[in-house]
Design a protein around this ligand. Structure first.
Ligand code: ZN
Length: 323
């Protein structure tokens, strides 16, 4: 089957995007943001055994822009900056001596952005009942059983997402029954510190890219704010790691969060490539779209079979035919 779709839909290479890497035994709700360490290793081994080069983003850039035919490649990228990228992902890449990139949101190590979706996961896991008051309304969620925990997680998540940016911190303080500083302290337990980012940056297998300052949907911001979000994050990271930052991943990365306006802004920001989180393989024609490159999202709902079907063109073929 692969032979039929590959020439048209597989492209010349692939960029994968991951978020957190966790232990097999940990129960998690955000399955679309997690991969177990074992699955990550299986995916690395899959590319090695299929003779597809695992490359850095510098080499990815060289191959996309090369005039002649290039050997097929894949680049591994991680978004946001979770500590487990250092403790659980790095050992896998060291074992096989292959490179990866971290796209960092600077508000996490700077303790100005709350990683509320993971804090909520912990709150739900560790409680039997969650109750809070917001104005005249009282909210109450049983979290005794796994089913109750699951329902409560998705209900409270929805409630948080309904909040606008201005009221977000206030709403989080209410739900978690905590002052702002405690929310940032808890975030610091999940997100890498600057020392850890610098440690990674000094590792020969690692590239650090930018993922803005506040991890917001850029399309909802004014043009000036978008420019600030991108340039400030680049400057902050460069100052810390003392190396140029040449690559960016748009936060959230869907077409509703980053589109033509954002791609044009990024084009003027001294970067070599920028990535969305829209699924897709890389083709030669992408030399004209270096600021809107696709990445294939990998998580625990999309294992090795998904990756295999995607990079060999079967899934893109189906998407083309059936939308
Ligand atoms: Zn992100």
């Amino acid at each position: 089957m692969h032979k039929i779709f590959k020439p048209f839909y597989a492209g010349i290479g692939h960029v994968l995007v991951f978020h957190r890497i966790y232990n097999e035994n940990d129960y998690v709700f955000n399955k679309n943001l997690h991969v177990t360490q074992g699955s990550l290793e299986d995916i690395v081994k899959y590319f090695i055994s299929n003779n597809i080069d695992i490359v850095s983003l510098d080499e990815c850039y060289n191959r996309i822009t090369a005039k002649s035919k290039v050997k097929r490649f894949v680049a591994f990228t991680f978004d946001d900056g979770y500590i487990d990228n250092l403790t659980h992902a790095l050992p896998v890449f060291e074992k096989y001596s292959v490179p990866f990139t971290l796209f960092l949101t600077t508000g996490f190590p700077d303790h100005t952005v709350v990683l509320w979706w993971y804090l909520l996961e912990n709150l739900v896991m560790e409680s039997n009942l969650i109750q809070f008051k917001d104005g005249d309304n009282t909210y109450s969620y049983k979290t005794g059983t796994m089913e109750e925990k699951n329902n409560a997680f998705w209900s409270i998540r929805r409630y948080i997402l309904e909040s606008d940016e201005k009221n977000l911190i206030k709403r989080l303080q209410t739900i978690f029954n905590m002052v702002q500083d405690d929310l940032f302290d808890l975030t610091a337990k999940l997100a890498m510190s600057w020392d850890q980012v610098i440690e990674l940056s000094n590792h020969p297998l690692v590239t650090i890219g930018a993922h803005t300052v506040n991890h917001l949907a850029l399309s909802k911001l004014s043009e000036d704010t978008v420019i600030k979000e991108i340039n400030e994050s680049i400057e902050i990271i460069e100052k810390k790691i003392k190396k140029p930052v040449l690559y960016l991943a748009y936060p959230i990365g869907s077409s509703s969060a980053a589109s033509v306006r954002e791609f044009n802004i990024t084009r003027g920001c001294n970067l070599k490539m920028a990535f969305t989180a829209k699924d897709g393989n890389i083709f030669k024609y992408h030399t004209d779209n270096m600021y809107s490159l696709p990445r294939i999202s990998v998580d625990d709902t999309r294992g090795i079979t998904f990756v295999d079907l995607y990079i060999n063109g079967f899934t893109p073929f189906l998407n083309t035919i059936f939308g």
